[in-house]
Design a protein around this ligand. Structure first.
Ligand code: BGC
Length: 723
């Protein structure tokens, strides 16, 4: 009541000031009901404490669940929490996600998907990308971006791997951290998702996963840990699945143990949309904010339910304060109070994408992986006069709506501004004096005939991965996806590629995919490019890469298997039996598993060609604190500028039980032809540690190997650590 009176008195005073009756500043300030928490110079902790202590219970409870209208009905966003005007609390407006402002938004930029971002191996680019996405969000009236997704690609069948950052915890952690920092360079919070062990879409709402502690700490948790400790992420989204019997959003070990106690998280945990299953137990386990995905949602954190939980003792008053504090603290820290968003029709309709078109195009080229390039087929000569056959449904403007962005909540809009491969190659060909002929490729006879008649062939195929279902195999399924579903298109793309590649050795195969696919036609293909889901500028970036105006700068963040046998699981390990699943491969995820089993993949983790060549030499390793500095000289030995990515892998003494090697450092080095640079990559203490009831370094000899991929490591030395 006191606060209401002050607010009314404040308003009255302001009108007196306006009427020229009252003295201006000091009196107005004294009456400002928000003064105790609205000083931007004050600390976030102090501001949060001051605000929470000024709130009524009703006001507090209103901040713990989403407001009406729910879900997409609020300006196409994933949901919102109403602010409290009299307390200067801004609206919290949440939207997907990792490849741009998605949901039902219009006129935003769709950037390459998460796996493509990880394929850049370039945190500086990832930060720039995050910053651009955060800026678009803010301009749209959104101040929480529901990304990045950072679940580890445990199996290539996971339908959402395209949103995530690959199979390696170190690479995923460094990508996630850079992206989060970029988003939060704006008054916008990022959200680390989906916490945790949400590594498949089959039974995603219910599957109960069992993962031993060491595997949790070493493989699946590091990206989240880095998001908290190095990214200072404002929010974390708990996932749909169960972990060791308890739903992730009701899992004290996850939400209070790892997050708060072990890593010191000081933001809020919001549920995935509909991942809440109780009131008191969920709140007491550590979830702070409930969100939902349904036009008719069920609320566990409604004021009535929270009051009932307080009354029956399953929720404490202290915990309510803590939950609200967790929500508002990162809002203070990252400027959400000082720069409140304005949602409305005008921002909803405004085109915020224009400043980022060039960035989207550049990132799409830098994330494209060149897997094969027989006799330097690429880049194409720029002298003109040739016929280029573009083959494939995925290349045309309709097909490209499904081949440039994955399905589900991260799917971006912007069909009107999408540059399909056909359009991108078409304009570049025109500029270079070449001619383009297009066939859809559903008839292999047409594909063959077009390939035979052309000088160069670009055949584009896709596999439409989507949230909500896993891939049944490593085949190519073309689909058109929107945010809430996909429709498959019957087409045998493997036959199309095989026909074109057999007919013309100058065939470039372009794979718009979310992860590894089988390649039975590989020996016939002249070149293979993987742009993943390349976003709105995919067609232009592809043309840049084909003509050599940009280098395909990507390296694989995920191993490409030689056969389905190499990635097969026992059903109890994936996709689970009777709702239970045990990660019995333990640490042997991705290349760790291939290495341990002595199996040769089709294309190894870290692999990617470019248009020039590099020499790595003079490796030295110097102990630096509890870690080491690894130095080498990188020289561009080719005739074109390009980027090298020296990768540092550590192998451990047998006593530790570690897999044969772990990625622990890398750097992207751009060099002109003939230029060289001495590069130093720092490995910290954690690079030499394994989990054994804590991070331990066993005294002994550690191998340091440096090279171009996990299977091409020409430089190595040994170093004694831990003594
Ligand atoms: C997805 C989340 C997404 C949320 C809001 C859920 O179904 O799992 O990744 O952020 O919806 O759209």
């Amino acid at each position: 009541m006191r606060r209401v009176l002050t607010a009314v008195a404040g308003a009255a005073l302001l009108s007196l000031v306006a009427a020229g009756v009252a003295p201006a500043l000091p009196a107005a300030r004294a009456a400002d009901p928000c003064a105790a928490w609205m000083d931007p110079q004050d600390t976030a902790d102090h501001r949060a404490d001051a605000l929470v202590s000024a709130m009524t219970l009703d006001q507090e409870l209103g901040m713990l669940t989403f407001s009406d209208p729910p879900w997409f009905a609020f300006y196409g966003t994933a949901g919102h929490v109403d602010g409290i005007a009299e307390l200067c609390v801004p609206d919290l407006v949440l939207s997907d996600a990792g490849s741009g402002v998605a949901g039902l938004q219009v006129a935003t930029t769709v950037f390459p998907s998460g796996v493509a971002q990880a394929a850049t191996w370039d945190p500086a680019t990832q930060r720039r990308l995050g910053r651009a996405i955060g800026a678009e969000a803010y301009a749209k009236g959104i101040n929480v971006m529901l990304g990045p997704g950072m679940n580890i690609a445990r199996t290539p069948y996971n339908g959402r791997n395209f949103e995530y950052l690959g199979e390696d915890p170190y690479l995923a952690a460094s990508s996630a951290t850079a992206f989060i920092r970029g988003i939060q360079d704006n008054p916008v919070l990022a959200s680390a998702k989906h916490f945790a062990f949400n590594d498949q879409e089959t039974d995603r709402m219910t599957v109960d996963v069992h993962v031993d502690e060491r595997t949790r700490r070493e493989i699946y948790l590091p990206p989240f840990e880095a998001a908290v400790k190095r990214g200072d992420v404002g929010s974390v989204m708990c996932s749909y699945n169960r972990v060791g019997g308890a739903y992730a959003c009701e899992n004290r070990r996850l939400l209070t143990g790892y997050l708060r106690h072990d890593w010191g998280f000081d933001g809020f945990v919001e549920s995935d949309w509909g991942a809440t299953h109780s009131t008191g137990p969920t709140a007491m386990a550590g979830m702070d904010l409930e969100m939902h995905a349904s036009p008719v949602p069920q609320r566990y954190f409604s004021a009535d339910n929270l009051r009932a939980a307080l009354a029956d003792g399953s929720l404490t008053r202290r915990r309510v304060d803590e939950m609200v504090r967790n929500v508002v603290r990162p809002m203070f820290e990252h400027g959400l109070f000082d720069h409140p968003v304005e949602s409305g029709v005008a921002p909803y309709l405004s085109d915020v994408s224009t400043p980022h078109t060039a960035l989207a195009r550049r990132v799409a080229a830098e994330s494209t992986v060149l897997l094969k390039n027989r006799d330097d087929l690429l880049p194409l000569e720029q002298d003109g006069g040739r016929t280029i056959a573009v083959i494939g449904w995925a290349a045309n403007p309709v097909g490209a709506t499904g081949s440039t962005s994955g399905g589900g909540s991260s799917h971006g809009s912007g069909i009107d501004r999408l540059v399909s491969p056909l359009e991108g190659i078409g304009s570049a060909a025109l500029a270079h004096g070449d001619r383009v002929v297009y066939v859809e490729g559903s008839s292999t006879a047409d594909a063959r005939a077009a390939a035979v008649a052309a000088d160069e062939v670009v055949v584009v195929a896709t596999d439409g991965s989507t949230e909500g279902s896993d891939r049944s195999d490593l085949g190519l399924r073309p689909q058109v996806c929107v945010s809430v579903g996909c429709s498959a298109t019957p087409s045998n793309q493997e036959a199309m590629i095989a026909a074109a590649a057999a007919a013309n050795p100058r065939t470039v195969v372009v794979l718009d995919v979310g992860g590894p696919v089988r390649m039975p036609w590989l020996s016939d293909a002249g070149a293979v490019l993987v742009p993943w889901y390349g976003g709105l500028q995919h067609g232009n970036a592809l043309a840049d890469v084909l003509y050599g105006d940009a280098e395909p700068g990507g390296r694989l963040p995920q191993t490409f298997p030689r056969s389905e046998q190499q990635v097969r699981f026992d059903p109890a390990a994936y996709p689970g039996v009777d709702g239970q699943e045990t990660y019995d491969e333990g640490l042997l995820v991705g290349y760790r598993g291939y290495d341990a089993r002595g199996v040769r993949p089709l294309f190894p983790f870290g692999f990617g060609l470019g248009y020039t060549t590099f020499a790595f030499r003079d490796l030295t390793v110097r102990r630096a604190g509890a870690g080491a500095d690894v130095s080498l000289t990188v020289r561009n030995t080719g005739r074109r500028p390009g980027a090298a990515v020296p990768q540092v892998y550590v192998s451990f003494p047998d006593s530790t039980g570690e897999p044969p090697k772990r990625l622990e450092g890398f750097e992207t080095v751009r060099l002109a032809p003939g230029a060289s640079r001495r590069v130093t990559i720092h490995l910290d203490r954690r690079s030499f540690a394994h989990w054994d009831h804590g991070w331990r370094i066993d005294p002994g000899s550690y191998g340091i190997a440096v090279g171009r991929s996990s299977r091409d490591l020409p430089l190595h030395v040994r170093v004694r650590m831990g003594a």
